[in-house]
Design a binder for this molecule. Structure first.
Ligand code: FES
Length: 111
């Protein structure tokens, strides 16, 4: 099922942001980053112990080379594929979400 997540105009270039799906659970949020023509969307859920990746709503830590850092135990994840490069879940990955852009709106596939 495809549901609305956000407008393209809501996104800030090269900044992780947090959104809840329109008809989803408020606690089930998604982390979104726009880089040029690319939109990266992952579940806001660390594969280590399931903590949110934002330390406050919409606020993320990043390494100098722009990997997002889990605030709980410091796992680091690449933007382009969500791969965990270091930390307690190294080798695992954020769960990517299938995304479609229609009429300047971002839709995601949810189960
Ligand atoms: S919950 Fe993210 S590193 Fe432990």
């Amino acid at each position: 099922m495809s549901v609305f997540l956000c407008n393209l105009s809501d996104l800030v270039e090269d900044k992780w942001m947090t959104f809840a799906a329109a008809d989803g659970d408020e606690d089930d949020t998604y982390m979104v980053k726009k880089q040029g023509e690319n939109i990266f969307v992952y579940r806001n859920f660390c594969p280590h112990q399931g903590r949110r990746l934002d330390y406050a709503p919409g606020e993320y830590l990043e390494t100098p080379d722009k990997q997002v850092v889990c605030p709980a135990h410091g796992a680091t994840f690449q933007t382009e594929d969500g791969f965990c490069t270091a930390g307690p879940c190294a080798g695992d990955a954020l769960r990517a979400v299938t995304t479609e852009i229609k009429d300047n709106q971002v839709f995601i596939d949810v189960d």
